[in-house]
Design a protein. Structure first.
Length: 307
């Protein structure tokens, strides 16, 4: 199996902000790869460098062996990118937009493939509608279609389901899974961590321009295996300091990571002893969100210790 995307010690700075600080990744052909991180972690900057929209200050990026700087045309032809921003030409219909996009890659008479894309993205009824008349969710579907018109072997999806209804998400992922099964490499960035958990075989997590975790999804979940006790207190601020350092505040609940159910009784006893009044509690198995929070917390601790 060859390397679909090679990213080697890539750095990028915008004035005083170090957006990428030596990122290195290898993504194999046929992978469904997740690129996760908080806002400002460098995900979109990395994608921009990969697509040739931004030039790195240092390092090298290649798509199927083609350097994105020295061999830009070949690298770009092998890549289909769905951007995070809604960018569109308001003067053309959906079908015209896809035909024009095909022309950028020297492709003619591919209406059969365009029809297939339109059907899979539920855009058939909007094929002759002007782009400016579409809703935000429909425009995002067209962005996905544009990225696929030239049948690229490597597909990059930057927050493709942001603001999209649940029904389209289901259809989109069914289509993308099929493309992945057919051999297309898929790179996904998303804030919907349940999507990454169900779709991605391997995941890299970025924080402040650095890779802070890189492993298979199964290994990441196993590394942070355990349970979480989520507790809502009548007075959240009443949690004693020694207990607050063990927990994370999530949507008004204190989330306590546990090695096992045996720790529940001890924790509840400590809360009662501290005079905390519990309004609600819930015991859950760790998922990718817990992994993500754990990795980001550990990365922050390492950065503090390095200073």
């Amino acid at each position: 199996m060859g390397v679909a995307v090679a990213i080697d010690r890539v750095e990028k700075r915008f004035a005083a902000v170090q957006a990428l600080a030596g990122v290195s990744l290898r993504i194999d052909e046929g992978e469904f790869f997740g690129l996760l991180g908080p806002n400002g972690a460098g995900k979109t900057t990395l994608i921009s460098c990969l697509a040739g929209l931004s030039r790195p200050d240092a390092g090298r990026l290649a798509v199927l062996g083609h350097d994105v700087v020295r061999d830009y045309r070949a690298a770009r032809r092998l890549l289909g990118v769905v951007p995070q921003e809604l960018v569109f030409d308001p003067f053309f219909s959906v079908r015209e937009t896809l035909r024009i996009q095909s022309g950028y890659f020297g492709i003619r008479n591919n209406d059969d493939w365009i029809d297939e894309i339109l059907a899979n993205l539920d855009l058939v009824a909007k094929a002759d509608t002007n782009m400016r008349r579409l809703s935000g969710g429909m425009k995002r579907r067209v962005l996905v279609a544009q990225a696929l018109v030239h049948k690229p072997p490597v597909i990059v999806l930057d927050e493709p389901t942001a603001g999209v209804d649940v029904e389209l998400r289901q259809g989109l992922w069914q289509f993308v899974r099929r493309l992945n099964r057919d051999g297309h490499t898929v790179i996904l960035t998303t804030h919907y961590l349940e999507e990454a958990e169900s779709l991605c075989g391997r995941i890299a997590m970025l924080k402040q321009g650095r890779v802070v975790a890189l492993d298979s999804t199964a290994n990441l979940l196993a590394r942070f295996a355990g349970q979480t006790l989520s507790v809502r207190l009548v007075a959240p601020a009443a949690l004693p300091r020694h207990l607050a350092t063990q927990a994370t505040m999530v949507d008004g609940n204190w989330a306590f990571p546990l090695a096992g159910a045996r720790e529940v009784e001890q924790l509840l006893a400590e809360l009662r002893q501290a005079g905390c009044v519990i309004d609600d509690l819930r015991l859950t198995q760790s998922d990718l969100e817990d992994v993500f929070l754990g990795v980001m917390h550990n990365a922050a601790d390492r950065r503090s210790n390095d200073r």
